[in-house]
Design a binder for this molecule. Structure first.
Ligand code: NDP
Length: 428
């Protein structure tokens, strides 16, 4: 992989910056720059046509000083060990900043899941667990869904693990379907979590949520619930959302003069996340190029689609009204984009703080699995709100005290917590 777009090079560079600000010793840095354990393996799967196909799988456990490793499993044709290493490292910081007692992990298989039948998917999922089961578990490492994997796949994986250990063990995977050990509130958790921290940032910035306008990029899981939450929880207006249309391979921005109705848009969005343009147009929506979202007159920008969207090229197009950028997606801002946000003095809620609602609710799911007692949705969301609010104020306090940018403050809080746990356990 080209060094310049290798995510693990970026993850290590970000860590080095935080380590420098914290004045960490060389030995502590040597531990945290690299994952503790890495597994690379091959999974033979009997395909529907009788052939045996071998897939490459990974699991990286970055750091478990604060608790069992936690992080998704991706099924993606371009999966690489370095991508998995970077994502596992970021999970360590995300769990630490959200103050949930878990470490960082990530896994993957090099595969395009769309090319597999349901039976092949199930055999591949069970195959992954057959290799990894001795090194995962509710007290070791708890995987979850990610790009290309689904709640149904987690249910198969949990079943395979339970079969191998001879005991029903729902807490070994999170993101399971409700009724199959999943938690209520998980679907909306990440998007609502974004809104809880946006609400706190608005208080800090003395902004009136009811008079505020947000422009959102994306209309997947995170964006949909961020859009619903911005309107229903804060009373603000969402001026636009955007989506990728796999049919004509283009992105589009959908705006409405009186604000978008996310429930209506959900009802005209297909299973691939594409909004029906004809139906949207008939309902009065204006449809523009996918990049238009960043140019909208808005107080809050919520990039919630994919990485690398707020860049040296697009960030200068942000409207002068923008005061707050809340990173719903992972890594939506490039280094150049970040510099522009900083220079314009726009308040930033960095990704691993802003979108920590997903992993926090996954943690709640494993707690409920452990107790074999399930909470109502309102209780899950109230606990999530409390965790996100506390996490936000922890980072804000660090930013104010050390007079550093919010992204740096989030790294300082996260790395410091992990180092403290390592010291308490006598590792350093
Ligand atoms: P989804 O796949 O549900 O949604 C993302 C959507 O964005 C997809 O429909 C995708 O289309 C679309 N998209 C891709 N490129 C663009 C573009 N340039 N402009 C507009 N839309 C685009 O993913 P999530 O909502 O779950 O995740 C969004 C981001 O949030 C990711 O960065 C993810 O890592 C992060 N995140 C998600 C969490 C969760 O709990 N869901 C937790 C923490 C972080 P297509 O599928 O056709 O490519």
């Amino acid at each position: 992989m080209d060094k310049s777009n290798n995510p693990f090079v970026l993850a290590q560079a970000q860590f080095d910056r935080g380590a420098e600000l914290l004045g960490l010793s060389e030995d502590v840095r040597a531990i945290l720059r690299w994952p503790q354990r890495e597994f690379q393996f091959r999974i033979p799967v009997r395909m529907d046509d009788g052939r045996l196909q071998v897939f490459n799988g990974f699991r990286v456990q970055h750091n478990d000083a604060r608790g069992p490793n936690k992080g998704g499993i991706r099924f993606h044709p371009n999966e690489t060990l370095d991508t998995v290493r970077a994502l596992a490292t970021w999970m360590t910081w995300k769990c630490a900043v959200a103050d949930i007692p878990l470490g960082g992990g990530k896994g993957g298989i090099i595969v395009n899941p769309a090319s597999l039948s349901d039976g092949e998917k199930e055999r591949l999922c069970r195959g992954w667990v057959n290799v990894m089961w001795r090194n995962i578990g509710p007290r070791q490492d708890v995987p979850a869904p990610d790009v290309g994997t689904t709640p149904q796949m987690m249910a198969w994986m949990m079943d395979e693990y339970s079969r191998l250990v001879g005991q029903y063990t729902p807490g070994v995977f999170t993101g399971k379907p409700v009724g199959g050990g999943g938690s209520l509130g998980r679907t909306e958790a990440t998007g609502f979590g974004v809104i809880y921290v946006v609400r706190e940032a608005m208080k800090h910035l003395d902004m009136d949520p009811k008079a505020s306008v947000a422009a959102i990029q994306g209309f997947g899981n995170v964006a949909q619930y961020a859009a619903i939450g911005f309107k229903e929880m804060l009373g603000g207006k969402v001026t636009c959302v955007s989506c990728y249309d796999g049919g004509d391979k283009k992105t589009y921005t959908f705006s409405h003069p009186s604000g978008v109705d996310a429930h209506f848009l959900q009802s005209i969005t297909d299973q691939y996340g594409t909004i029906d343009k004809a139906k949207a147009k008939a309902a009065g929506y204006v449809i523009e190029d996918g990049d238009a979202w960043i140019t909208k007159e808005a107080d809050v920008l919520i990039p919630s689609a994919i990485e690398g969207q707020v860049t040296g090229e697009t960030a200068p197009q942000m409207h002068k009204r923008v005061r707050l950028v809340a990173e719903g997606a992972n890594g939506p801002t490039s280094l150049e984009g970040d510099e522009i946000i900083r220079k314009r003095n726009i308040f930033l809620i960095p990704d691993f703080l802003c979108n920590a609602g997903g992993v926090t609710t996954s943690y709640f799911e494993s707690v409920q699995n452990d107790m074999n007692f399930y909470w109502p949705r309102d209780e899950v969301l109230a606990k999530l709100d409390q965790k996100m609010t506390e996490a936000f104020h922890g980072v804000l306090q660090m930013s104010t005290e050390r007079k550093v940018y919010m992204r740096d403050a989030a790294y300082l809080v996260a790395i410091d917590k992990v180092v403290k746990a390592m010291k308490l356990r006598g590792w350093v």
